[in-house]
Design a protein around this ligand. Structure first.
Ligand code: BF8
Ligand code: SF4
Length: 653
């Protein structure tokens, strides 16, 4: 990685970095300049899990290391670079899976409270999805009320977290061949909690010291995320808050309004955001804002919680991960309301440079210097009002130093698996058939999932946007979530006009259906929607009988969080070629890295890869897609299509 990187490709971000400096305010980009990554830690070769260490086991000087030299490269306990690398990697997966799992559990608790009539402000919005879950989970429907059915579903879901043996319920959603692969390997997760606890145990000093078996347990914990915690979170959120449908909105710091009380909601769990979306527009709150001199109340989002309320309500997004502090720098944010995950502690300092109130709401994520207003699902409306009132009361405290960047882009979001089905197949023959057909006939070369974070070690948004543009130019339909989706939305790739950047084949399909070539599927837990979309493609037929047969690939070009590693591992273990950018955390062990980058393909059909350059990353993904097309015998169809198009172009001349 280069020492000095450009900060961002986004003009709004650059403008606010400059303003922060003028205002004497220290932000993430400055801290990244000061705190250089520790090279041993970056390689994954630092072990600090016991007090005989920390031990550093750096890379050997040359590839031709003798066994004697290898023996010397050990921790105090004798642990090898492979064990240390695998343990570190495994612990990232444990933490990532735990984050998504705990999110899912909270959603399940709220779902149960809704079923029991204890959570005013919430309800059941998608009855059809409720019934689908009931059928799938073996819950009796009969003449029972939605609430009675929901209660039984909540029981099934609760068990999945604490299940001691057997299999997670949603594993049955995967293609049969995939389930068999997992069963043969003995890697089907039991309970979500159990797999994470066991992974933490195995990575304790002196337990599992074979990287193969450490990685097998990592897969169990990761599958318990993708086909467990995340998938359940998405499903129950859809039932309670509504399954997303296409919605027009806007993104970037330009969505902040100078005359309004600006309330920025940041984090991950949608329960709080849903209530704020409701309460912030209530007439009494708007009237109260007017008494303080504001024109209205502007609720906007940041990071994944923003994706959740964007997908369901079209609430505008102020930006992605690296813009969280910069929103405050505008001087126009009355309250930054946070719950859990991806919330920088630096926010507290930045908020002190301005009038912004940083409001923490979750006892799992406390920040010194913030105002804590405990958010209780069972009393959500009242607390929602209290938060909005606190923000309004802060409006008169604004300083003079306000500057809001002009940039904001239109975007269409809301592409759940269900809406993709309807859009492609129409209301009466809803299916993935048209997608599969267009892949088979070559108009669409393949499908890529491009997801994940921002990371100040690389140029903000640049890797996402360059990669996605290259993919669509080569007729690859792109499905997105998380902060990656926000990067390309800002760059104007999530509107139908973005077909101008797409290859002719992909553009022709998108224009016929009326969708952008880059589809926003939601937050990071909604990566589960991509698993379901891939499974639907398999089940539709014509593209093999497993996810690993599909011409698909995944990427997290600017990743930074442990959640991203858990997501990557469950995609790989589900059969997807998955490539990460920025940095790679097992470089310190060649053997382990080879295992993940090469041997995994024989085990899972999918594998990990690493490439920081977005053009090369796109090439690797496209090569993989072409390899799969060839194996399916559909490579010729695409050549024909391209030939036809070239002929058409010639005729048009
Ligand atoms: O869960 S993409 S920076 S906000 S971790 Fe975080 Fe990464 Fe953004 Fe959402 Ni996902
Ligand atoms: Fe060092 Fe082994 Fe302790 Fe790790 S577990 S810190 S390698 S002695």
């Amino acid at each position: 990685m280069a020492d000095k990187v450009e900060k961002s490709i986004d003009p709004a971000t650059l403008e606010m970095i400059e303003k922060a400096h003028q205002d004497g305010c220290n932000i993430v980009f400055d801290r990244a300049d000061i705190v250089k990554p520790c090279p041993i830690g970056a390689e994954g070769s630092c072990c600090r899990i016991c007090a005989m260490g920390p031990c550093r086991v750096p890379m050997p000087k040359s590839r031709e290391e003798t066994p004697e030299e290898h023996k010397k490269r050990r921790g105090v306990c004798g642990a090898t670079a492979e064990t240390i690398g695998a343990r570190n990697f495994a612990r990232m997966i444990a933490a990532g899976s735990a984050a998504h799992g705990d999110h899912g559990r909270r959603v399940a608790e709220l779902f149960k409270a809704v079923a029991e009539g204890k959570a005013p402000g919430y309800g059941i919005k998608d009855e059809q999805k409720l019934m689908q879950l009931a059928l799938e989970f073996g819950v009796n429907i009969g003449e029972r009320t939605n609430e009675e059915i929901a209660r039984d579903i909540a029981d099934v879901v609760e068990k999945d977290f604490g299940r001691q043996d057997g299999e997670l319920v949603c594993i049955r959603r995967a293609p049969l061949k995939r389930q068999e692969i997992w069963r043969k390997l003995g890697e089907v997760p039991r309970g979500i909690d159990r797999e994470i606890v066991e992974l933490m145990h195995r990575t304790h000093m002196g337990v599992d010291q074979d990287y193969h078996s450490l990685m097998a347990q990592s897969t169990r914990a990761a599958l318990a995320d993708g086909w467990g915690g995340s998938m359940l979170a998405t499903d129950l959120q859809d039932v309670m808050f509504g399954t997303p449908a296409p919605v027009l909105s806007q993104i970037n710091l330009g969505v902040i309004k100078e005359e309004d009380v600006n309330i920025l909601i940041h984090g991950h769990e949608p329960a709080l955001a849903e209530i704020l979306a409701l309460v912030s527009q209530s007439t009494d709150m708007v009237a109260y804002a007017k008494t303080k001199g504001a024109k209205g109340i502007n609720l906007i989002g940041m990071c994944c919680t923003a994706n959740e309320i964007l997908m369901r309500h079209g609430v505008p997004i102020a930006g992605n991960f690296l813009q969280q502090e910069l929103a405050i720098v505008t001087g126009a944010i009355e309250a930054l309301v946070v719950d859990v995950q991806c919330i920088m502690q630096g926010l507290a300092d930045v908020a002190q440079c301005y009038h912004t109130k940083l409001i923490t709401t979750d006892e799992r994520a406390r920040i010194p210097g913030s105002t804590y207003i405990h958010f209780d699902d069972l009393n959500a409306l009242e607390i929602g009002k209290q938060i909005i009132r606190t923000a309004i009361d802060n409006f008169p405290n604004r300083g003079k130093n306000i500057r809001i960047p002009r940039q904001k882009s239109d975007m269409i979001a809301g592409f759940s698996h269900e809406t993709i089905t309807y859009l492609l197949g129409g209301l009466f023959r809803a299916s993935y058939r048209p997608l599969n057909d267009n892949i088979i006939n070559g108009r669409i070369r393949g499908v890529a999932g491009v997801v994940g974070c921002n990371n100040p070690r690389v140029t903000h948004d640049d890797i996402h946007v360059t990669l996605v543009k290259e993919l669509i130019k080569n007729d690859v339909l792109v499905l997105q979530t998380g902060c990656s989706a926000m990067a390309t939305a800002k760059a104007g790739l999530m509107v139908p006009e973005a077909t101008q950047f797409a290859g002719e084949g992909l553009a022709s399909v998108c224009e016929a259906v009326g969708i952008p070539p880059v589809l926003h599927l939601g937050s990071c837990v909604d990566n589960a929607r991509i698993l379901i979309a891939a499974t639907a493609m398999v089940k539709e037929g014509g593209l093999g009988d497993d996810i690993s047969d599909l011409p698909v690939a995944g990427a997290a070009p600017e990743w930074m969080s442990e959640k991203a590693i858990s997501i990557g591992q469950y995609f790989v273990a589900s059969g997807v070629y998955t490539i990460f950018g920025a940095t790679w955390p097992t470089i310190g062990s060649r053997e382990l890295t080879d295992y993940l980058f090469k041997d995994y393909e024989k085990i899972y059909g999918g594998k990990w890869d690493f490439e920081p350059d977005p053009q090369k990353m796109a090439r690797l993904m496209i090569d993989h897609i072409d390899k799969k097309r060839k194996a399916l015998g559909i490579d010729k169809a695409r050549e024909r299509i391209l030939y036809d198009m070239a002929m058409r172009r010639d005729l048009e001349k």
